[in-house]
Design a protein. Structure first.
Length: 197
């Protein structure tokens, strides 16, 4: 479990895609890797991945074909920055909202509007995901916990304050950028209960 509060901007050092093997990605981090254990879960731009390798500068994760298809990871490049968050420990502050790291799909940024020092992002997503997004509810974009301002048709909008712009990748997105989206987990279960009637 995660909170959607990013604690490091990692940099992709290497992407190793061998045939008949999962893709291995190595990410540099400012974290002390002595504090990371093999098998730990780390949210990488919102995707919960398992640590399979460690060195003094970063960690490695294996990514399955399913994850490559359903998230933005399939388009990642060496040198790209990614939002990083370690999994919750008992007693940690829950600063954002409960995030599983199980990305529901991708969404596209359709507008960026300056709003004082903040940026207002308009984002479009598939209809099945839009049904699970509510005004003033929570949503996770590239691993960042955010509050939905409003929902209209096939889009919704959120605000990115200056702090979030500076400590996450959302400060450098552009119109047309594709991002990972995870809807609020309570919305998933409510929708499942309603659909089962």
């Amino acid at each position: 479990m995660f909170t959607g509060i990013i604690t490091d901007l990692g940099v992709i050092r290497a992407i190793d895609s061998e045939s008949n093997k999962d893709t291995r990605i190595t990410i540099n981090t400012k974290w002390s890797t002595s504090d990371i254990v093999m098998g730990a879960s780390i949210a990488c731009s919102g995707v919960c991945l398992t640590v399979v390798g460690l060195d003094s500068d970063g960690f490695s994760v294996d990514v399955s074909n399913e994850t490559l298809i359903t998230t933005t990871i399939g388009s990642w490049q060496e040198g790209q920055r990614v939002n990083l968050e370690k999994s919750l420990c008992m007693g940690d502050e829950l600063g954002g909202h409960m995030v599983s790291g199980h990305v529901d799909g991708t969404a596209t940024i359709t507008k960026i509007i300056p709003d004082n020092e903040s940026l207002r992002l308009e984002i479009s997503a598939d209809e099945d995901l839009m049904l699970l997004i509510a005004q003033k509810g929570s949503v996770t974009l590239d691993g960042v916990s955010l509050t939905v301002n409003k929902v209209q048709g096939q889009s919704f909008d959120i605000n990115i304050i200056p702090h979030t712009q500076s400590v996450t990748t959302l400060g450098s997105v552009s119109v047309g950028s594709v991002i990972n989206i995870e809807v609020d987990m309570l919305a998933r279960y409510v929708a499942r209960l309603v659909r089962s009637d």
